[in-house]
Write a protein that binds this ligand. Sequence first.
Ligand code: ADP
Ligand code: MG
Length: 581
Amino acid sequence: MTALAKIVHTAPEIDAEPDLTDGFHLVIDALKLNGIETIYGVPGIPITDLGRMAQAEGLRVISFRHEQHAGNAAAIAGFLTKKPGICLTVSAPGFLNGLTALANATTNCFPMILISGSSEREIVDLQQGDYEEMDQLAIAKPLCKAAFRVLHAADIGIGVARAIRAACSGRPGGVYLDLPAKLFAQVMDAEAGRNSLVKVIDPAPAQRPAPDAIKRALDVLRSARRPLIVLGKGAAYAQADDAIRALVETSGIPYVPMSMAKGLLPDTHPLSAGAARSTALKDSDVVLLIGARLNWLLSHGKGKTWGEPGSTKFIQIDIEPREMDSNVEIVAPVVGDIGSCVQALLDGMGQGWQQPPSDWIDTLKAKREANIAKMAPKLMSNASPMTFHAALGALRTIVKERPDAILVNEGANTLDLARGIIDMYQPRKRLDVGTWGIMGIGMGFAVAAAVETGKPVLCVEGDSAFGFSGMEVETICRYGLPVCIVVFNNNGIYRGTDADPTGRDPATTVFVKDSRYDKMMEAFGGDGYHVTTPDELTRAVNAAMDSGRPALINAVIDPAAGSESGNIGSLNPQSGIKRKV
Ligand code: ADP
Ligand code: MG
């Protein structure tokens, strides 16, 4: 607890000043009481002093150059730790910059709290034109799981507690906490302030599944000839790693990891069907979804990705009951937290569990080996300029040798190919563009990954993707974080070869040819490398990661190597009409 004005007088006859606290200190104390250790943000009116004081009170305050990246850092901190990540922004424009990250956190089910200063209610509500006037609460509401405003210092404790509980309980998500400027300087008695704080007990209570839901799920699983487990990032978030591994190994059911669930079991595990994904999804007859939604990333559970309509039965474990039947019928919904649900399934399997028919396992194994063999030569080319495959082949070996490094990955081709090529070996080591497939998460995720885990970070970025958050290399250098960024520089978006048909301007998808992104890192005191072959890339990444210093490697990729929109070209509408000029 902090005292705002505790003046100790030596003369006993003079009454001591009253022991006071204020809004600033109550916010800090409320966060600390609830185990929050780090704030990600951008300082400015009216929260400049809040950041300063939080730092003085022992919180780690990481200041960014733009709120979106601070917000992304908070969101991924939430994913990694199961505690809400805190993002602190200034009013109106800063708040708006943070909103993309808040909405993205909510979409991805990451617990995060965007705390924003705001203008005075009286003026905002009468629309009298305050400094940075904006009804932030109303704007945030549809983009997050819950939104709260605190007007009285005495309510700060409750406001922070509600925000934490809303972010973490049930399906996690983003929460907005609106703190008008006047609140911060409101003074109250320190003792009363202390008593107003709330420590949230059990912020994400276990939600045990109903026994008949478990029985139903096991009955369906037992009936399967070609069962499959799909692990999603909810499974990674749940931190039920041992139970999930035991479920896969005890059941003998092959599994496919969604992108951020890679490494929950090593991608080299004999039951991993990751390299036989298409066959596994298409030919399975029963699919157990664990913390994965049947959204676009799984073709909504229907269509060409899956077998004949109705041929696949879905069992789904999820904490959110309304997720069931969102796209297709779920024959066995199992509602609860993943740790409890997986354990209940394991307990229910008991002794007499029959492993799936060996022809199914053998089919997937053969497919997987064939796909890996087909890929192998592409990964080994030492040509210059590099193909995506050759550069990723080099990084694949590095990740194998450094399995505890965290891989951050965004781009189009850089993302889609890295997801398939780079094997992961440990849980929660792959952080990427998530449910929306958004660009711009790179540096924010990298900063938080380094800060929260203390592990080295390898950030594999398309040159376009990097551009969205590239200025945060200064932040990485300022805090001296062990982040090695590899920019796959192919001179543009998808490819660097397009031309403006009129010849007037650069094409809409190309960047300055032969840019040297490594110089950006050098500008702030980090290490820059420029490489053109996989061997050079390997040497540079190893040197950078051994040094533990901020580094950026400009990796020259063949501008003609990429494909439009990476793997999701089908989502990109194309005109079939050719206009006469
Ligand atoms: P992916 O994109 O990897 O398939 P999704 O984000 O689509 O993953 O799905 C994650 C799912 O996990 C969400 O439906 C969410 O409700 C669920 N979830 C998150 N945390 C838990 C948990 N602790 N227990 C159960 N379900 C969870
Ligand atoms: Mg590119």
